[in-house]
Write a protein that binds this ligand. Structure first.
Ligand code: NCD
Length: 305
């Protein structure tokens, strides 16, 4: 497979392959992979802040013996600060002799990864979308799906509650594309009206005959959920102030949840999950984040192997 731009592009057999490789990577637990990627270089090109995605791509590369080049805050420290277009930056990086083996891009504009991938691929270099504005975050969706599979033991027959900023939260968009590939999935979409899922994704659910309901409160809507996937308000991707409605999962909400439900969050958590929830065994967001490394090892093995 070439560049990874949108979660829609993964089919079930690809997902299964990634899950097997990720499980193997987890079981190796630091055991050296051998010199399987001699002199390969991964370039992390991040125009937006990141903790988990950037460090887990780096850790995955280290585990595989791939060298790394890091450009943190590329908006300030690359030539973007001088007015260079993303197009020219990708051309420049791809023209290096030798060029990097893969570019991992995070950028604030929707659709930027697709444009950048077209440029890098014209040089034979795959590009991985590590988040493009409020659009997609396909590798996060891979680790989210892997987490659900590990925690619940299945990917079919799930009631998934997604909540928070469904309009601009890119991880939810990618996750919906992936879960829709499985059987007997239904969604409850919890958000204040102005932060509900955009029409394109609602249409996608209808086209794929995936049942969903829209709600705007937590109370009374999570009792039957197998997975509760919560997200933060995407400050900076909206004009104006945050909506007055605050959807915060607190200790008392957990009483309503099924015993075997799991609570997920792509992180960073701001205040939308109260800290008291962390000690509930159903809170799985930190193990979820840890799964970023084996899943990205799997992804790089498959892409560069
Ligand atoms: C998410 C992102 O960047 O979209 N974080 C992540 O990559 N784990 C979620 C967020 O920033 O809210």
């Amino acid at each position: 497979m070439k560049s990874i731009v949108c979660a829609k592009q993964f089919d079930k057999s690809y997902l299964e392959k990634i899950f097997v490789l990720a499980k193997q990577a987890e079981e190796r637990n630091h055991a050296y992979f051998g010199n399987i990627f001699p002199r390969m270089v991964l370039m992390n090109l991040f125009y937006e802040p990141s903790t988990r995605t950037r460090t887990s791509f780096s850790m995955a590369a280290i585990q595989l013996g791939i060298e790394r080049m890091e450009t943190e805050a590329a908006g300030h420290f690359s030539s973007a600060a001088k007015g260079e277009t993303l197009h020219d930056t990708i051309r420049t990086i791809s023209s290096m002799k030798p060029p990097p083996s893969v570019i991992v891009l995070r950028h604030p504009e929707d659709g930027s990864a697709e444009i950048a991938a077209e440029v890098s691929e014209s040089y034979g270099i795959p590009l991985i979308n590590a988040g493009d504005g409020g659009n997609q975050h396909p590798t996060q969706a891979l680790l989210d799906l892997y987490t659900i599979k590990e925690e619940k033991g299945r990917l079919d027959n799930l009631h998934v509650v997604v909540g928070g900023d469904l309009l601009k939260g890119r991880t939810v968009h990618s996750l919906i594309y992936l879960l829709t590939k499985y059987n007997d999935i239904r969604f409850t979409l919890i958000a204040p009206g102005q932060l509900q899922l955009k029409p394109g994704l609602i249409e996608y659910l209808r086209e794929h005959e995936v049942p969903f309901i829209k709600r705007d409160t937590i109370e009374g809507n999570i009792g039957d959920a197998d997975v509760i996937y919560w997200t933060r308000y995407q400050t900076g991707r909206h004009e104006g102030n945050a909506p007055a409605t605050e959807l915060i999962i607190r200790g008392e909400n957990c009483e309503e949840m099924k015993k075997d439900a799991i609570i997920m969050h792509p992180l960073p958590r701001i205040k939308e999950i109260a800290v008291e929830v962390d000690k509930d065994p159903r809170a799985r967001y930190f193990p979820q984040s840890g799964n970023g490394v084996p899943v990205r090892i799997a992804l790089l093995q498959n892409l560069l192997g």
